[in-house]
Design a protein around this ligand. Sequence first.
Ligand SMILES: Cc1cc2nc3c(=O)[nH]c(=O)nc-3n(C[C@H](O)[C@H](O)[C@H](O)COP(=O)(O)OP(=O)(O)OC[C@H]3O[C@@H](n4cnc5c(N)ncnc54)[C@H](O)[C@@H]3O)c2cc1C
Length: 463
Amino acid sequence: MNQNLTHKPVVAVIGGGISGLSAAFWLLQNNIDAFVLEQTDRPGGVIKSENIEGYLVDRAANCLLNYLPEVNILCDTVGLREEQIYRSPTARNRYLLKEGYPLPMPRGPIELINTNLLSLKGKVRLFSEPLIPRARMEKEETVSQFITRRLGREILEQVMEPFIGGTYAGDPGQLCLKSTFPMLSALEERYGSLIMGALIRRLKGSRASNPMHLFSFRQGMEALPKAIRHYLGDRFIPYARVNGVERTGDISWQIMADQGGHSTVYHTDAVVIATPAIETARLIYPIDPDTYEILKRIEYSPLAVVYTGFKREDIRHPLDGIGCMVPSKEGGSILGTLWNSALFSGRAPEERVALTNYVGGKRHPEMVEKSDKELLDLTLPDLKNMLDIKRDPGFVSITRYNRAIPQYSIGHQNVLKRIENMPDRIPGLYITGNYLRGISVRDCISYGAKLATRIAGDSMSLV
Ligand SMILES: Cc1cc2nc3c(=O)[nH]c(=O)nc-3n(C[C@H](O)[C@H](O)[C@H](O)COP(=O)(O)OP(=O)(O)OC[C@H]3O[C@@H](n4cnc5c(N)ncnc54)[C@H](O)[C@@H]3O)c2cc1C
């Protein structure tokens, strides 16, 4: 990067979702000037919160599960400390559907021994995990292969498969273990056992045992990108659709943007592309056609989000938890349901409850093509059976994503190598996004912090 004592490096960040906003935030923290070019009028990308008829509808992310200090630093610096709201103490359980009934997931070893979620054989197999020898894999292993090998088939089908369905809208038979759950692969590599590794780390008080906090914000998750935008001030440039990126010198770049029909050209020292993989592929094509080929093949699962509001008195289930995940062998349309109003206060009007149902994913990709009526006809009977609900919801709002969640499929480790080595091949060109090292808002924030540190290091080496 082009830096001398009088020149503070300037970086353009393309895309104002949480990945791009975080990258810009952390660049500023590293004393590097940065601005964000966002094609729409608002920050946040898929993160969007709307207040409709007293219901707080979060269209994508609903909450942030955090154990990382960088997330706290960001929230505090952009002034969100007072806005944070934490998981209600009554929302203690996570449920899994078994033979049509939601059963609470065990929260400790005693509950695990007593749970009806697993058979005796399944429990014995689970507890014998420390005896399973460590495997040295030549090739990337799928989540299914790893979980079956270490914990047994029952854990895969009853716990991991619904978890992957509910969070990644994905298929554990296709996802790369090392990319999707790097922590699990590291535990096996280091300690030879997941159970022993987790125990040792807990005893040592390592990062993995930092307390997890599940939180959101009073006005919903969009408060986060809005606050970062406020912090960035006029460094956030809306209505700026980037249609070209060009390298104009060893370490100088120009970015062509369409700003409401006007073409604007920005000259910078470096570029961070923070758009979804397919758009990043398009932008990068003239610079690096090989990376274009890799990026355009990154798969995303489709998802329909069916948000429902019911009268509390119409639901028999106590709703004393976060929600319920559904294994595929249970059949039905729902991957998982999140109980928003049980989780956080202020999500639904008095005496009403809000439930968000996730439908489609890799399990039923055809579902996103269905009309609202078809989706409701499929979803409501399943939801009513699951939670013993007497009447239809009084409020419904549906959001569809053709490309919702990126899938870290087999081969993802090579994608990472290619992307993360890029600045060595093409100085000044960096990529971030939820399709690299974590789909969660937490991981996008954390990746932005690491990227900014790297950019700061690269800029110093050129002084
Ligand atoms: C239904 C759903 C539920 C989720 N729930 C949770 C949850 O509860 N908790 C959690 O932690 N995570 C959750 N996630 C994941 C998380 O919300 C996303 O992974 C994350 O918000 C993605 O951020 P991003 O910035 O990488 O991408 P995006 O949000 O897609 O942002 C990309 C941005 O780039 C802009 N852009 C694109 N092309 C251009 C261009 N040419 N020029 C300028 N700008 C451009 C877009 O307009 C957009 O603003 C959920 C995701 C979905 C879809």
